[in-house]
Design a protein around this ligand. Structure first.
Ligand code: MN
Length: 347
């Protein structure tokens, strides 16, 4: 069995971090990515390592979304960013380094310094966050890592994931963090990427590294950012509702131009508001200059549309009652006709 063969790559990843004087960390923009980066920052400080940080272009999942570090570094680290092996190789190639990886996505990335238990057959339930991979698989456990990992798990899989990791839950409770605080902290730090605000992401990561989850909860700037994103969801829902158009087969089409990356939040609200049938949202996200297609139903399994979109050459993801994809075409024209075709021909 190779179930445990992640131990050597993970140990090597940690050893290389300890030995490095300069490190560039590229991390995912969500709560898990931020908490993971904060754990690495605390660890490097104990070893006198100096790090710079960046996130990929928000919404992008390829080597071209990643910019090389501003200065040469001893090590390049990629965290919680599940792009495939060939894309990881491209990022490393541009920097002239074999990247160290900490991840829990099914990316297929393996090898020395590539710490991802899922790539070695590990289960999702055991590795609900990249922060846990860093702490448990690589043994990187600086002071206060538990509450950061608790935030990461909460952010990726919600409170249920924490119930599977009782020692994280009790560490969080000891720090005065209940579900309510973790939920609010995850919302605050995630409002940075939703606002497509890179400076906010830097601020959130620094707060987590310096003062932990409570520093985030006390941060007025993050609270204001969250309120701003919330207001944009509200505005986006209203704009979409005023464009509602019935397209047959129980589908209702909405359009909106959004000033934040809140496509799924707006789509979820539209679906609830619609009740029966399928809410289909075509949204242009202004700060990202990208089109998105999002469909959601309360009562109908629409998973078939994911396969139909893929067969038509579009990448799509989702669940039983959710389908979403960034669009290649302006206005999501091709994507939309593939989706409507799939959902009206085969109800
Ligand atoms: Mn994650």
């Amino acid at each position: 069995m190779e179930t445990h063969s992640y131990t050597s790559p993970c140990a090597e990843a940690a050893a290389r971090l300890r030995a490095a004087s300069t490190v560039h960390v590229i991390h995912h923009w969500d709560a898990d990515g931020l908490a993971s980066a904060a754990i690495i920052e605390r660890y490097l400080r104990t070893w006198k390592g100096k790090a710079t940080y960046a996130v990929p272009e928000i919404g992008g999942y390829s080597a071209s979304a990643v910019r090389p570090p501003p200065n040469p570094v001893d090590e390049l680290v990629i965290v919680d960013y599940g792009i495939p092996p060939e894309e990881i190789a491209k990022v490393g190639g541009a920097v002239g380094k074999e990247a160290i990886i900490f991840d829990h996505h099914a990316s297929g990335v393996r090898g020395e310094g590539k710490c991802n238990p899922i790539s070695y057959g590990g289960g999702w339930e055991d590795w609900p966050a990249a922060a846990l991979v860093i702490a448990e698989a690589a043994g990187i456990r600086p002071e206060g890592w538990e509450e950061l990992a608790a935030l990461a798990v909460y952010g990726d899989v919600g409170f249920g994931g924490l119930l599977e990791k009782p020692y994280l839950l009790s560490a969080a409770f000891k720090a005065g963090l209940r579900a309510e605080e973790l939920e609010r902290a995850a919302r605050y730090v995630n409002s940075c990427y939703r606002a497509v605000d890179y400076a906010c992401i830097d601020a959130a990561r620094e707060e987590l590294a310096e003062g932990g989850v409570w520093a985030v909860l006390r941060d007025g700037y993050l609270a204001a950012k969250e309120a701003e994103v919330c207001a944009e969801v509200e505005r986006g829902v209203n704009e979409a509702l005023s464009s509602a158009e019935t397209v047959g087969g129980g589908l209702t089409l909405y359009r909106a131009r959004l000033r934040a990356y809140v496509v799924s939040a707006v789509g979820r609200r539209l679906s609830k508001n619609l009740g029966k049938g399928v809410a289909v949202l075509v949204a242009y996200v202004e700060p990202m200059r990208r089109w998105y297609l999002y469909a959601r139903s309360q009562d109908r399994v629409i998973r078939g549309a994911i396969d139909a979109l893929r067969r038509a050459g579009y990448g799509a993801g989702g669940k039983d009652k959710v389908v979403s994809t960034p669009c290649i075409e302006e206005g999501c024209r091709g994507e939309l006709s593939a989706l409507i075709g799939a959902l009206t021909s085969n109800p």
